[in-house]
Design a protein. Structure first.
Length: 405
């Protein structure tokens, strides 16, 4: 990886400007962290974002069916548009971090760092507003609800997200914070970054009876147990060893007590793949395998599939540029290429299906621990190092300044 951008005057003082905005960034992050909201409608969060952008010369619109905020910044010269995204929703989780600004909402927590994304993007908007004369085009700031399973990005696209600027959106960029990487490090890779996701429920139906007389019943439990093992074999025998796929049965529910054979047994799980072809093969194989096992046990089986997010695929050239920019603006040790994708899923994938772009991870491991020992995203104890925020703000701003040069 080369960094010919190191002496580019466009990036002079960018990191320092991001550091100067740190009090604003932290204040907004902590406000949102105290008052998390989940799903597609986030009225308090939406209002906090609008107030954070107050005083800036931006064209601001809010969603019709979702609680989104879209702000458009005009540059000093005409040109294309670039899209920057921060998601805003929280998770249904009881916080147990002990932070002085911990969630005040029972059973809800910003455990995936979306509060940090929103705060960093708001500060990036302020930083870029100060430098708008250097921009040849427009910046679209996408404050998105409903990333955690609600397809919020798709809703925003359906409402015309890519049509709000005067010119086509030519590039797009998103950051995702992680406690499992060193603080301030930007990590990215070309190609598949995150997996597709499908959730499924398998219901095996037999015939209930007394546990002492299984021959008089039709026990669905052995059939369901056999399905768990057989589905793992599908991954190892139908999918190439060079093509990642994860199938996890995360819930098995059957029966009510010790002396009753239940009528039904239910399995719930998730499927993650890094290609649509593998995704299709697995979605075809799951019913096939389960139906044959059920028949062998004289049971029947039914399925519910919930389509999740597509594979998140970074544009090769954009991902490489993100790393070059991070190395130039933050220093070479703060830009690293990821060797492998991760099997989590992201609805940023919907944007990347439409626009060349990338997502990068921003490390924010707390200083008192190590990435190996840090509590991960989605933990009720996860903590992010706020000292990483200026690096995120600078990364957002550098991307826009570079794309609209």
């Amino acid at each position: 990886m080369t960094t010919p951008l190191t002496d580019d005057p466009r990036f002079t003082g960018l990191r320092e400007a991001a550091h100067a905005l740190q009090p604003r960034t932290v204040a907004l992050r902590r406000l949102l962290h105290r008052h998390p909201e989940e799903g597609l409608l986030l009225p308090r969060t939406q209002q906090a974002v609008i107030e954070a952008l107050d005083g800036l010369d931006l064209k601001i619109t809010t969603g019709e069916s979702v609680g989104s905020v879209v702000a458009v910044l005009d540059g000093g010269r005409p040109g294309p548009a670039v899209l920057l995204r921060g998601d805003m929703d929280a998770l249904p989780l009881q916080e147990d971090t002990g932070l002085e600004f911990a969630s005040e909402v029972d059973g809800s927590m910003h455990a995936c760092g979306h509060d940090t994304h929103t705060a960093m993007l708001a500060s990036a908007a302020r930083l870029l507003h100060e430098r708008r004369s250097e921009l040849a085009g427009q910046v679209v700031f996408m404050f998105q609800p409903g990333e955690e399973g609600y397809h919020g990005a798709k809703h925003m696209l359906d409402e015309g997200l890519l049509d709000v600027a005067d010119a086509p959106v030519e590039k797009a960029f998103a950051l995702h914070i992680t406690s499992k990487e060193e603080s301030g490090v930007v990590r990215c890779r070309p190609g598949p970054l995150m997996a597709s996701a499908n959730m499924f429920t398998i219901t095996v139906t037999g015939r209930g009876g007394h546990a002492s007389m299984p021959s008089d019943a039709c026990d669905p439990v052995p059939a369901a147990a056999e399905m768990v093992g057989a589905l793992q074999t599908v991954v190892t025998r139908r999918i190439s060893v060079f093509e990642p796929a994860v199938l996890t049965i995360a819930s098995i529910v059957a029966g009510t007590t010790t002396n009753i054979i239940p009528e039904t047994a239910q399995l719930k799980g998730t499927l993650r793949t890094l290609s649509e072809q593998t995704r299709k093969i697995m979605l075809d194989e799951i019913p096939k395998v389960c139906e044959h096992i059920a028949a062998a046990h004289s049971c029947t089986v039914s399925f519910q599939f919930e389509p999740g997010y597509p594979v998140t695929v970074n544009d090769d050239a954009v991902a490489d540029r993100v790393l070059d920019l991070a190395a130039a603006v933050l220093g070479p040790k703060h830009a690293t290429r990821m060797p492998n994708p991760i099997m989590g899923a992201e609805d940023w994938s919907y944007v990347l299906e439409r626009v060349p772009g990338a997502m990068a991870f921003l490390g924010a491991c707390p200083p008192e621990t190590t990435p190996v020992d840090a509590q991960p995203n989605h933990s009720n104890r996860v903590v992010f190092d706020e000292a990483a925020f200026p690096h995120g703000v600078a990364a957002y701003a550098a991307f826009a300044l570079d794309a609209l040069r």
